[in-house]
Design a protein around this ligand. Structure first.
Ligand SMILES: [Zn+2]
Length: 264
C-alpha cells in the first residue's frame, strides 16, 4: 500500500497550458498531463492507493476557483485534496470555514508563489487561523526550480517557526529544503514536524538522504513524489531499494499518512 503525500493536478482546460509552461520553466519532464484522469490511471498502474493533491492560490483573485477545484477533487476516490489561502486575501477566515465545512483536511501554502517569508511574524495570524480549525498545514520549502531567488522558505528560516509548529500537524515538503539538504539536516531534521520525501529521491545524494531519513522522528516522514514532477513507479522503486528497515518503509509509504489524514 502506498500513499503519495504530494501531487499536483489541474482542471482539464488549465492542465494543457500549465504543464508545458511549468515543465519549460523548471526544466523538468512532466510524468502526467496534469489531469485528474491521467493521474488516477497512473496511480492505479503504480499501486498508489491514495494521493494528497496540493492546490495553490497563486493570487487572491484565484483563491475561490482554486478551492472550488479542491473541494470537487476531494470527493473522488483516491484523492485527498488540500485547499489554499492567499495571505493577501481579505476573506481568509470565510474561505477556511468553507473548506472545513466541505470536508477538506489540509491547506497548502507556497511561500515563493505567494510571496511571503515563512518566518515573517505577519504570517502568524494566518497560520493560527489554519491550525485552530484543525487543518493540516503543508509548506513548499527550499528552492523552486521554476522561480528566481530569493528562497522564501529555507531550512534556517523554517527553524524560526518551530516555536509555533513543533508537535502540530505541519508538513514541510521536500525534506524541509528542496536542493538544500545539508542545511535541512542541520536545522530541521530530528525536529518534531512532518517532512515529505518529494524531490529527494534522485536529487539528494543517497548517503545524505539515508542519514536524514534515519535521524528524523520515524512517525513524521511521508512518502511523496511531487507528481507530475516525479514519477510514481520510479520513486516507489527507488524508495523500496533504500537501506532502511521494512518497518520504517511501511511507516513512510503509508502508515504515517493514514494516521495524519485519519484514513483508518
Ligand atoms: Zn509540489
Amino acid at each position: 500500500m502506498v500513499i503519495d503525500f504530494h501531487t499536483h493536478m489541474f482542471p482539464d482546460v488549465l492542465a494543457t497550458k500549465t504543464i508545458p509552461l511549468l515543465a519549460e520553466r523548471s526544466g523538468l519532464p512532466a510524468y502526467t498531463d496534469g489531469t485528474v484522469k491521467q493521474t488516477l490511471e497512473k496511480m492505479k498502474k503504480a499501486g498508489v492507493t491514495c494521493v494528497v493533491q496540493q492546490n495553490i492560490a497563486t493570487n487572491p483573485r484565484q483563491m475561490t476557483k482554486v478551492n472550488d477545484f479542491a473541494i470537487a477533487c476531494n470527493q473522488l476516490e483516491g484523492i485527498v485534496a488540500f485547499g489554499s489561502v492567499h495571505p493577501e486575501a481579505d476573506n481568509i477566515a470565510y474561505e477556511l470555514d468553507r473548506l472545513k465545512d466541505a470536508g477538506v483536511k489540509g491547506i497548502k501554502l507556497h511561500p515563493d508563489y505567494q510571496a511571503f517569508f515563512v518566518d515573517d511574524p505577519n504570517m502568524q495570524p494566518v497560520y493560527e487561523a489554519i491550525l485552530k480549525r484543525g487543518f493540516i498545514l503543508q509548506f513548499h520549502t527550499g528552492l523552486d526550480l521554476g522561480l528566481p531567488h530569493p528562497v522564501h522558505a529555507a531550512p534556517k528560516a523554517l527553524a524560526n517557526t518551530l516555536g509555533l509548529f513543533t508537535g502540530e500537524k505541519v508538513v514541510f515538503a521536500h525534506m524541509a529544503g528542496f536542493g538544500m539538504a545539508e542545511e535541512s539536516l542541520e536545522h530541521m531534521i530530528e525536529r518534531d514536524v512532518y517532512i515529505d520525501t518529494s524531490c529527494s529521491l534522485g536529487y539528494t545524494e543517497e548517503s545524505l538522504l539515508l542519514t536524514m531519513l534515519k535521524s528524523h522522528p520515524e512517525d513524521k516522514i511521508l512518502f511523496a513524489t511531487d507528481c507530475p514532477w516525479g514519477d510514481f513507479e520510479t520513486d516507489i522503486e527507488a524508495f523500496k531499494k533504500l537501506d532502511l528497515t521494512d518497518a520504517l518503509k511501511e511507516k513512510i509509504l503509508h502508515k504515517n499518512a493514514e494516521k495524519l489524514l485519519e484514513l483508518t
